[in-house]
Design a protein around this ligand. Structure first.
Ligand SMILES: [Fe+2]
Ligand SMILES: [Fe+2]
Length: 144
């Protein structure tokens, strides 16, 4: 397991926590395939599944931030964009080299600390803002 459930920080907005939990499950399954020596095809399939989920995760937060005119939208979405490009590059390198150690190293030493830190900082500030702003308009923008 790359990240345990209780290692994942919670934010003050339920919908974001749900999205993070789903991503954690997909990421852990993908990571298990990497470390347990599953066939390359299976690793590639799970990598694609993970990447699609990351895109949905980021788009979900960006949509909420836009709808509520979040003050740090540029900063938060810019960080999403940077990591998405990084993940696309990692996938490209994986497809070219099929080097599992490279993948393992990236997810253990770069992605894992990044996602925990990102949730603790930008997502926490965003979740706090959403919980306040959406209190009165929860009917217009359901949390899940
Ligand atoms: Fe997030
Ligand atoms: Fe985020």
């Amino acid at each position: 397991m790359l990240i345990q459930r209780d290692q994942l920080p919670l934010v003050n907005y339920h919908g974001m926590n749900q999205v993070h939990q789903r991503e954690l499950d997909i990421l852990n399954e993908f990571y298990e395939a990497i470390v347990s020596g599953k066939p390359e095809k299976e690793i590639s399939r799970l990598f694609n599944e993970f990447l699609e989920d990351v895109k949905e995760h980021f788009a979900y937060e960006e949509d909420l931030m836009k709808k509520t005119y979040f003050f740090a939208y540029e900063c938060h979405s810019g960080e999403h964009k940077r990591v998405l490009e990084e993940l696309e590059n990692v996938r490209e390198t994986w497809e070219k080299t099929k080097n599992v150690n490279f993948l393992r190293n990236y997810f253990e030493n770069t992605f894992k600390p990044w996602i925990v830190e990102h949730i603790l900082t930008m997502d926490t500030v965003t979740g706090e803002y959403l919980s306040k702003v959406l209190m009165g308009v929860g009917v217009l923008i359901p949390q899940s």
